[in-house]
Design a protein around this ligand. Structure first.
Ligand code: ADP
Length: 728
């Protein structure tokens, strides 16, 4: 009935008939009461699965009916594509079109103009703003999912700057921020000039407790004794599975996640029904045709026993299979690392957090996880429709720890979000981008005003600290040639504008320019090393035992690398890490099979994907910088290298991999059968092509079709495929 005030009757009927929404959840009622459908700016903080997505959908629907356009921002690509699927069907029912754009940070994506709902990542939204996408003015509603990520050390600042920019727009779109529980919701909302709305309701009640010595002690003072099966995890798993529930376990490292999964397989296998096993087996055999590396093979073996591990090293398809099988109740337990806790929708009856510490790979030690993260993990407990109650359990090893966990986690309030803007590398990128890409921030005083509008200053009020830091950053940006000063005015150079558009750290560009200046040409390995040493790059970790073979390699490759390794111990450590990464990338572009890379570098397919995505982007950006600065040879070399990293191939295959459906393996097969170029393919018979290993009838047909449409000069106006270039 509330909805009839805002939507035509036919819409409300469609909601009920086609989408099964007959009654609003309290979260939705609260948000509507607070004015989300009357155009008010709102930050909504409510538990997982309490129906925040429908709030967003209704607000978007309202704005679309009024002739507007909505932008939906998610922190992770995986989450963005999950929402894209969801929105495509929801808005499709009402005749509106949804698009997703998460890659290619050097484009304003004009094709998006035709869509009503646009789903992006935070970084992509920021880059669209930098490129001054024309359709941005048409956005009437901005939905920011997981807005609490403004406090995340690595990526929070991007969101903060983006929100500051939209805050200062002359025609500011309506804002709807969504979040799990946060300590200082009011402070955040006040900064955004939005209304804070806090809802504690959960569709499935949550019980939180600590396991100690065979018993679970709950926060309400009650306790329960479990049957003894030898270890805490076994006790908890048996108890859940015997009652037909599923268990989600968070384990601190990848290694521990895999070993916990192996241990639990002894239990899960007993609860697997034959028909469930059959469905799982189908998925397993499909995945076997995609992956042959040892990480995935280990996973597949466990899947057949009704359990899986889940971490960022898994390839995309393997990960989504795990999620799907778990959601469909086919596998009984998932053991995940906490890193992914934020993004993935994996509800279970019982959530177990085996360790309140987490391994920080960068710092090399264990740290306490924040309460907020614990609450997010705990919030996954309880599946609507399946469970009457959800349960989150921490494991204590001593009485003291039991006390500690009850006080410091279960009964504790989540931390306050803190702005992360003031760190220098973050601030230098954003100051350059603000000056370079917005005409109205081009002087000391307007920059000062901009900084005053940030969450950082709202929280910290230490204006002079920020201004001092900004001044020293400005000096460096001027001396590196990205900015010029004319009296009061700050003017971006052409180079500065390009760096901001390319979405790289100014320091990355400076390192690139120094490299170009110092040599006329370079070996492929030297380029790969240079790319991997920039602050934008991702690197692999050097483990015990790596040092030896890396040093052996170094002996033979010093010449190629073109310089001496550093003497200093700490620098040397970083050097080895970058060197190992460069070797991995070199293997990748020399078509070393994925399973060999997984083994050699101790990474997973998911790591290869994200490493190469980032490296490819840096190579592309630096090739653009080289072009602009007159280093033509480097520009061409890096351009080719970027393409090779994208596809993981030698140069001779670049033409073939430009076809859809042709990756590094199939392209090599075609090449070996004598089809070395698009022209060779154009003159070949479809039947002959279909006989090449890995091609088959369907793909042969598709190749032919793609080639003939290229001849006719048709341009693909449709959405680019997922997984386009771009960091993250
Ligand atoms: P959140 O975004 O808060 O984590 P979701 O929006 O994903 O939670 O909601 C969890 C589940 O509840 C979804 O499966 C959704 O379809 C369902 N749901 C949400 N609102 C309603 C409603 N009013 N009636 C029935 N089901 C609903």
């Amino acid at each position: 009935d509330v909805l009839l005030k805002y939507f035509p009757r036919s819409f409300v009927e469609t909601l009920s008939k086609k989408l099964g929404i007959n009654q609003l959840y309290p979260t939705q009622v609260e948000a509507i009461k607070s004015g989300v459908l009357d155009g008010r700016d709102i930050v909504l903080s409510a538990p997982t699965a309490s129906g925040k997505t429908l709030v967003a959908e209704l607000a978007m629907l309202k704005t679309l009916i009024a002739g507007g356009k909505a932008l939906y921002m998610a922190p992770l690509r995986a989450l963005a594509s999950e929402k894209f699927e969801e929105f495509s069907s929801f808005f499709g029912v009402f005749g509106y079109r949804t698009a997703i754009s998460t890659g290619d940070f050097d484009s304003d994506d004009p094709w998006l103009e035709k869509y009503d709902v646009i789903v992006t990542t935070n970084e992509k939204a920021d880059s669209l703003l930098r490129h001054k996408a024309r359709w941005f003015d048409k956005i009437t509603l901005l939905v920011v999912d997981e807005i609490h990520l403004i406090g995340s050390d690595k990526r929070g600042a991007t969101l903060e700057v983006f929100l500051t920019r939209t805050k200062l727009m002359p025609r500011r779109p309506q804002l709807l921020g969504l979040s799990a529980t946060i300590g200082n919701l009011e402070e955040l909302a006040e900064w955004l000039q939005a209304k804070p709305v806090r809802v504690d309701w959960r569709p499935v009640p949550l019980k939180e407790g600590v396991y100690y010595n065979g018993e679970i002690f709950y926060s309400d003072g009650s306790s329960t004794t479990l049957d003894d099966h030898g270890t805490p995890l076994y006790d908890l798993a048996y108890d859940t599975l015997e009652n037909e529930g599923q268990i989600l376990v968070f384990s601190p490292t990848r290694r521990s996640a895999v070993s916990d999964a192996k241990k639990l397989s002894a239990i899960t296998v007993k609860f697997l029904k034959p028909q469930e096993f059959r469905v799982i087996r189908e998925h397993v055999s499909r995945l076997k045709s995609v992956y042959t590396d040892k990480v995935t093979l280990e996973l597949l073996e466990l899947l057949s026993k009704g359990v899986a591990f889940h971490h960022a090293g898994l390839g995309l398809e393997a990960r989504s299979a795990v999620e799907k099988l778990f959601r469909e109740h086919l596998i009984k337990a998932v053991i995940a690392t906490p890193t992914l806790a934020a993004g993935v929708n994996l509800p279970a009856r019982r959530v177990v957090i085996t360790d309140y510490r987490r391994f920080n790979v960068e710092l090399g030690y264990y740290e306490k996880i924040p309460v907020m993260e614990y609450k997010q993990m705990a919030g996954r407990a309880g599946r609507p429709r399946y469970d009457k109650e959800g349960e989150a359990v921490l494991i204590a090893r001593s009485l003291q720890e039991l006390e500690f966990l009850l006080n410091e986690y279960i009964n504790a309030r989540p931390e306050k979000l803190q702005s992360q803007l003031a760190s220098e590398p973050v601030l230098r990128s954003h100051i350059l981008s603000i000056i370079a890409t917005s005409e109205n921030v081009r002087s000391y005083s307007t920059l000062g005003r901009f900084l005053t509008s940030t969450f950082y200053l709202h929280q910290n009020k230490d204006y002079f600290f920020v201004i001092e830091r900004a001044r020293s950053i400005l000096e460096k940006l001027v001396s590196s040639g990205f900015l010029e000063v004319e009296g009061e005015k700050l003017l971006p150079t052409q180079l500065g504008v390009r760096v901001a558009e390319l979405y790289i750290d100014p320091e990355t560009a400076t390192q690139g320019l120094n490299f170009f200046k110092s040599r006329e040409k370079a070996s492929t390995l030297a380029y790969l090393y240079m790319i991997s040493a920039t602050p934008d790059a991702q690197t692999v970790h050097v483990r015990r035992g790596d040092e030896e073979w890396l040093e052996e390699k170094l002996k033979v490759m010093k010449e190629e690398l073109g310089f001496e390794p550093p003497e200093d111990d700490i620098e040397y450590e970083f050097f080895l890490q970058v060197f190992k990464t460069a070797l991995l990338l070199e293997d990748w572009i020399n078509e070393v099979p994925e399973d060999v890379i997984v083994e050699r570098y101790d990474v997973g397919p998911g790591d290869i994907y994200s490493l190469t995505l980032t490296a490819q982007w840096i190579a592309f950006a630096l090739s653009e910088i080289a072009k602009l600065s007159g280093y033509d040879v480097h520009a061409v070399n890096l351009g080719v290298l970027s393409k090779r990293i994208e596809h993981g191939v030698k140069e001779e295959l670049l033409e073939l991999v430009s076809l859809k459906g042709i990756g590094r393996v199939r392209a090599r097969n075609l090449f070996n059968f004598g089809y070395k170029s698009l022209i060779d393919l154009a003159v070949a018979k479809e039947e002959e092509l279909s006989r090449v290993p890995g091609i088959g009838k369907m793909l042969a047909k598709s190749i032919k079709k793609q080639l003939s449409s290229r001849e006719e000069g048709e341009v693909d106006e449709e959405q680019p495929e997922l997984g386009e270039p771009g960091p993250l």
